[in-house]
Design a protein around this ligand. Structure first.
Ligand SMILES: Nc1ncnc2c1ncn2[C@@H]1O[C@H](COP(=O)(O)OP(=O)(O)OP(=O)(O)O)[C@@H](O)[C@H]1O
Ligand SMILES: [Mg+2]
Length: 243
């Protein structure tokens, strides 16, 4: 069974100025354990797709099953519960709360999930350890580098142990080396069984995925499997080249 299964998924925005078919009858399966990169020009529907598969938005028509659940059949509460259980989100601009330290930011999704304070602390610390930031748990976002902020955001996305990680341009605000470090972390998580879908404009980033799905005008124009480049090896090779 595919983790993500869309059939003729369509999203039309109705504006005074006219209608925009942002996503046009997209049928896409993403298997449990896959690592897919979504590419395509600006306005081709990538974020619209991510919002739909992330259960942040509802389609105009078509169907979507996530982990076997028909998403259309859920009310707002059911949708929120499914989202909390199955999905972690990572964004280009990190979206951390500036007044909270790293630990506080990672704890947030568990506040909504109703976990008590001590359990929250412990799980948040473990998630920060997982992304290599245990020694930065009391730093605020402003006191962290861009790559470290993105790691905090990834820890926050992982803290409820989601089966699916959705990342819209997660490396867009990072320099190329830091981007590869983040990809190395994604590849590790993927090897541990997390399904990953990432939107990127950057072909170098997409090379690290197992599959590349291309969009244009709200339609899938290409869908190819590939042997992913290993980010750890790339980092080691570039370190040698510098030395
Ligand atoms: N909330 C909205 N209301 C109206 N139109 C929208 C809305 N969101 C997106 N669109 C339109 O839908 C189309 C697809 O937008 P989308 O954001 O999915 O593109 P994208 O592929 O993510 O682009 P980018 O690479 O620039 O992020 C665009 O034509 C856009 O103008
Ligand atoms: Mg977008």
């Amino acid at each position: 069974m595919a983790l993500i299964e869309t059939r003729e998924l369509t999203r039309i925005y109705e504006l005074d100025a006219g209608r925009v078919v942002a996503l046009d009858r997209v049928s896409l399966d993403i298997e449990d354990g896959d690592f897919a990169a979504v590419m395509g020009p600006s306005g081709s529907g990538k974020s619209t797709l991510m919002n739909l598969i992330g259960c942040l938005d509802r389609p105009t028509s078509g169907t979507y099953r996530l982990a076997g659940t028909a998403v259309e059949s859920l009310n707002a509460n059911g949708l929120a519960a499914l989202r909390n259980r199955e999905i972690g989100f990572v964004f280009q601009q990190f979206n951390l709360l500036p007044r909270m330290d790293a630990l506080g930011n990672v704890e947030l999704p568990m506040v909504y999930a109703g976990l008590d304070r001590k359990a929250r602390r412990e799980k948040a610390l473990r998630a920060l350890e997982r992304v290599g930031l245990a020694d930065r748990s009391h730093h605020r976002p402003m006191q962290l580098s861009g790559g470290q902020q993105q790691r905090v955001a990834i820890a926050r996305a992982l803290v409820n142990a989601p089966s699916l990680l959705l990342a819209d341009e997660p490396t867009g605000a990072l320099d190329s080396r830091t981007a590869i470090e983040i990809l190395a972390l994604f590849q590790e998580l993927n090897r541990e069984g997390v399904t990953i879908v990432i939107v990127t404009h950057d072909a170098d980033v997409a090379r690290h995925a197992r599959r590349v799905v291309r969009f244009k005008d709200g339609r899938v124009t290409a869908d190819q499997r590939q042997l992913p480049r290993d980010a750890r090896e790339a980092l080691a090779a570039s370190a040698e080249a510098v030395a």
